[in-house]
Design a protein around this ligand. Structure first.
Ligand code: ADP
Ligand code: ZN
Ligand code: ZN
Length: 739
């Protein structure tokens, strides 16, 4: 016997109110998650429609009392039913409850009515209204008279205002409406998060030959019976956006819709301007600064077909278009495409699955593709399209690497190397602009030697140790611990410590060195106020400053033609994050940073300062050689069984009680080894998570590595059951994280 969980109302508050029904035997083979079914409902057994959100062999209450599903309405496949099917796939493949998954994919329908503005207006001519006003005044209907008089003055009055200022109660309004004297209108306030006034119409640019060819190759792929996802490997400045827009136009001509995912950080005025300039009011944009209501409003417009293109970060993937034709993921390698909440989905895989449900196409683009995407392109799972020339045949910047150890030896202890200082001086003389970049992402208190560059690492895991209180250095992968040495174990230098250099310090140094230069700083501190981010960028774009200093915020997707110098203050910061991906992140960040230089008329230059000039991530970034980087990095991943060479699942446990958590994680480990004793599964941990405690909640993690994703999913499903059945886990919050 199969039982189905059905929800009747898919508004968010009611998602957890599902009802279990018996699936008649004749329907067992056909029934699927997300399907619309008709069911007898309530005491009177009225026939209602509902969505299938769960299927299982276990009854939640006595089957004798359970009703049966009447029929499947398979011809009624809706956008919602497809999104529910997607949620079910996410639950299975990333691990979460069905409700968490549903809440992720279905638009949050909160307090919709609050956003509707009700307006009162006259339903009769002015002459007639004046007569009625007289009648009302004569018969002392003061409240009604007041309202009509006000309407004669103002024509339209906000309902809420009428109630408040004119003291018009609901019964007053209702009576006048019933008599046909006034009319109530609900004006939904359009919440368009784009300032249409400021958008300039930009027509279509003719594509370059290479761009044209890329479009052709993609359309060829789309002609195939089973089109694969396409990965565009396009160097910075090659005009990937132009290619995206051409493809969007193509699907729109077929009456279909497009979703364009962009990392939040790159979702700037410039990007919005580009898409709106080309597609006008067919586009809508969402970002994390919109309220839930505003997002919902945009999703509703998409559902009604009022817009054809949605541009936004990860969550825009769930835009409820009816005729989805294309999903584009720009800067596909970005870490922000992975959700940090359960279900911890990756937008890339989820997009590909959604597209498969709706017969849509997927295009990924990056100058520095993720190892996952590129290895799939190598194996033929994705189609690969290359753009290896910058627009206008502009040369890639000249990059030099500066060894900071040599600077120290030569007595220069400033954060600016001699080379970078000279280059800055030169730009200032020529009136050109420069950007200084501090890649702080992944900065987690690693400890290194300033004399030789040696970094304290875990002897078992090949990740750097992080500094904790009382001078302890800890490995967050295996739990290994040691005390911070007084001297560098390699060269004996006493200059060993945590790396500390912030954007603010760099700004001070620059002000001292170049008192006349205009300097802008963009980091967490200077962008906390609304609009300040845009203001800094606009000011720099208008050449009101000579130098822009910033964190990774400044390197994404910006196009400042007058920038001819990019300086990377310390490339090592992201190299020493304690994560197997840090080599990849460093390469990506450096390429992005270097790629900001020389996008206009003048040739570009970049200076990378580092303690590890020989490191392949830095060497490959300096040469802008993705392939060389890929080969090196991939062999490292193969050697250590890291993704994409194998799949990895983290089991994250959190609990306020450290001892209880420790016990629970230990039991999970034992259970994992029992249900999957084979040697091809690597189990690491339990160990303290990267951040071992957040707000007094302890966190521990077990890593599982296996060649087959499916094996990990099977183990996850078993763990979910085990955790569900055993009351010992009730106080522990367990999450799964796949990579
Ligand atoms: P990418 O995203 O690949 O780094 P962009 O799409 O930002 O590159 O393009 C880089 C610059 O070149 C932009 O200023 C863009 O307007 C310009 N550009 C690219 N292709 C064309 C084209 N076909 N016609 C005119 N300008 C173009
Ligand atoms: Zn040393
Ligand atoms: Zn370790």
């Amino acid at each position: 016997m199969i039982y189905a969980d059905i929800i009747i109302d898919i508004s968010h508050e009611k998602l957890d109110r599902s009802f279990q029904y018996i699936v008649p035997e004749a329907l067992e083979k056909e029934i699927q998650m997300g399907m619309v079914v008709s069911i007898p409902f309530g005491k009177s057994n009225n026939i209602r429609k509902g969505y299938v959100v769960g299927l299982s062999g276990e009854a939640k209450f006595e089957p004798e009392k359970m009703k049966e599903i009447c029929e499947l309405c398979s011809n009624e496949e809706t956008t919602e039913s497809r999104l529910i099917a997607l949620a079910s796939w996410m639950k299975e493949n990333y691990g979460s409850t069905m409700i968490q998954a549903l809440k992720t994919v279905l638009p949050i329908q909160e307090t919709v009515r609050a956003k509707e503005k009700r307006v009162i207006c006259l339903n009769i001519s002015e002459e007639r209204a004046k007569e009625i006003l007289e009648e009302l005044e004569n018969s002392r209907c003061k409240a009604r008279a007041r309202l009509v008089r006000a309407l004669l003055d103002e024509k339209r009055i906000d309902h809420a205002l009428a109630v408040k200022k004119l003291n018009a109660t609901t019964s007053v309004v209702r009576k006048l409406a019933e008599e046909g004297i006034i009319r109530l209108e609900t004006n939904e306030i359009p919440r368009i998060p784009i300032d249409r006034e400021t958008v300039e119409k930009t027509g279509e640019f003719p594509l370059t030959n290479q761009q044209e060819q890329a479009v052709e190759e993609i359309l060829e792929e789309w002609e195939k019976p089973l089109p694969r996802p396409v990965l565009i490997e396009g160097v910075t400045g090659s005009g990937k956006t132009q290619v995206y827009m051409k493809l969007i136009e193509y699907v729109m001509k077929q009456g279909k819709q497009a979703i364009v995912l962009i990392p939040e950080i790159a979702l700037t005025y410039q990007t919005v301007q580009r898409f709106c300039g080309r597609f006008g009011d067919k586009v809508s944009v969402i970002n994390s600064r919109l309220s839930q209501g505003e997002r919902y409003e945009q999703f509703k417009r998409a559902r009604r077909g009022e817009i054809q293109i949605m541009v936004g970060p990860r969550s825009a993937l769930f835009t409820p278009f009816n005729r989805l034709g294309l999903i584009i993921i720009d800067e596909e390698h970005e870490a922000s495409y992975k959700s940090e909440n359960s279900p911890r989905y990756h937008a890339r895989e989820t997009a590909i699955y959604r597209a498969s449900l709706e017969n849509a196409k997927v295009v990924l683009g990056s100058a520095t593709p993720s190892l996952e995407a590129f290895s799939r392109a190598q194996s033929g799972e994705y189609a690969l399209v290359r753009l290896n020339r910058r627009y206008g045949n502009r040369p890639l910047p000249q990059v030099s690497i500066v060894d900071l150890r040599e600077e120290l030896k030569a007595g220069n202890r400033s954060v600016l190397s001699r080379k970078l200082k000279d280059a800055l001086k030169d730009r200032l003389n020529k009136g050109e602009q420069a950007m200084l970049f501090l890649n702080r992402r992944g900065f987690a208190g690693f400890v290194s030697c300033r004399s030789c560059g040696h970094v304290m690492k875990c002897p078992h895991c090949d990740v750097s140790l992080s500094e904790h209180s009382h001078g302890r250095l800890i490995c967050h992968y295996c739990g290994y611990e040691e005390f911070k040495p007084q001297k560098c174990p390699v060269c004996g230098s006493p200059y060993i410590g945590g790396f500390k250099a912030g954007t603010q310090q760099i700004e001070q140094v620059l002000k001292r060195e170049f008192p006349k230069a205009g300097i802008l700083r963009m980091d967490y501190d200077t962008t906390r106020n609304k609009g300040s981010y845009e203001k800094i960028l606009a000011s720099f774009a208008a050449h009101e400053a000579d130098i822009l200093i910033g964190t990774q915020m400044i390197v994404k997707g910006h196009d400042f033609p007058a920038v001819t110098l990019v300086g990377v203050i310390a490339a090592d910061i992201s190299l020493n994050a304690e994560d197997y991906r840090c080599g990849e992140r460093t390469f990506q960040l450096l390429c992005q940073a270097v790629g900001r230089s020389g996008r206009g008329e003048g040739p570009g230059e970049a200076v990378i300062q580092t303690y590890h000039p020989e490191h392949y991530s830095i060497q490959a970034a300096a040469a802008q050689d993705y392939r060389a980087f890929y080969e090196e990095e991939m062999s490292y991943r193969m050697l250590l069984d890291y993704p994409p060479a194998a799949h990895m699942m983290a089991v994250l446990g959190s609990c306020a009680d450290e001892e209880l958590l420790g016990q629970a994680m230990h039991y999970l480990e034992l259970y994992i080894r029992r249900v999957y004793p084979e040697k091809d599964l690597h189990v690491i941990g339990p160990a303290c998570a990267a951040v071992g405690k957040i707000k007094d909640i302890y966190r521990q993690v077990i890593y599982l590595k296996h060649e087959e994703y499916r094996t990990l999913v099977v183990i996850k499903n078993k763990l979910e059951k085990y955790i569900d059945i055993n009351s010992g886990f009730r106080k522990i919050y367990i999450q799964f994280d796949f990579s």
